[in-house]
Design a protein around this ligand. Structure first.
Ligand code: 1GP
Length: 255
């Protein structure tokens, strides 16, 4: 396996399909084996990759859950870690993220120093990701847990400067994050501003509750869309198809 084969796979999907559709599975939010049902339904509806991660890890079997999902999965399973404790060899890759919008050294570099040797030992692909928290209404779990302030939602210049710094530091993705279950997703105008100012591929998620909101963000220049909460709340194949089609703007998927 090449060092960047999962990253390249994602870029190829984006090129071919218009955008990459990623479903987030949060083991803390799934009851019983719901996470497997969500993974299987997502694959049936043309998801490009599955993200697995959580802010808290109330559920202690993280590694087993990733393994179970991987066993059923015909798309890459990528860890979206809340901490270095969520690194397991059962995934294909990890969004190796630094919370660059914050100024808390624990999430800028400390977690990464603890996690890097584990990623190496697990032999999974690290995808260097600039994680940028954007103001989205009431405080989200990630703001609270990380103890960081989000970028104000109307300060596009600040978002652009962060994403450009990430690009110059060699990061491969800029994750514009509103936070899971956010009241307001990342503004379309901010995505547009960052996409036209930088060359770093944008991944965005948090509070995306309609297919239209996903299409708008792909059209604004986002490469990848992450949807979690709304699908875990009301899982239906119909809804998943709609989201998948909305992200894959270059094709239409037969329902
Ligand atoms: C959260 O961006 C992801 O980290 C997805 O957010 O759960 O609100 O879809 P939602």
């Amino acid at each position: 396996m090449q060092n960047d084969s999962i990253f390249q796979y994602l870029i190829d999907k984006k090129e071919k399909r218009g955008g990459g559709f990623l479903v987030l599975i949060d083991p803390d939010k799934s009851s019983g084996n719901n996470y497997l049902e969500l993974a299987e339904s997502a694959m049936e509806c043309g998801v490009d990759a599955l993200l697995v991660g959580t802010s808290f890890m109330l559920n202690t079997n993280f590694s087993d859950i990733v393994r179970e999902i991987k066993e059923k999965s015909d798309v890459p399973v990528i860890i979206f870690p809340g901490s270095f404790a969520q690194i397991t060899p059962h995934a294909d890759a990890i969004l190796f993220s630094s919370l660059i919008s914050g100024r808390n050294p624990a999430y800028l570099i400390d977690e990464q120093v603890k996690g890097a040797p584990i990623v190496k030992r697990c032999n999974i692909e690290p995808i260097p990701t600039a994680y940028m928290l954007i103001e989205s209404g009431p405080q989200t779990s990630v703001q609270f847990i990380s103890g960081t302030n989000p970028i104000p939602r109307d300060k596009y210049d600040i978002a652009c400067a962060h994403a450009l710094a990430a690009e110059y530091m060699g990061m491969k993705l800029a994750y514009l994050e509103a936070g899971s279950g956010a009241k307001y997703p990342v503004p379309v105008e901010m995505i547009q501003a960052v996409a036209s100012y930088t060359n770093i591929p944008i991944i965005t998620g948090g509070g995306l509750t309609s297919p239209e909101a996903c299409t708008e963000r792909i059209d604004a220049g986002a490469s990848f869309i992450v949807v979690g909460n709304i699908l875990e709340k009301e899982l239906s194949l119909e809804k998943l198809y709609e989201f998948s089609q909305a992200v894959h703007t270059k094709e239409s998927i037969p329902a």
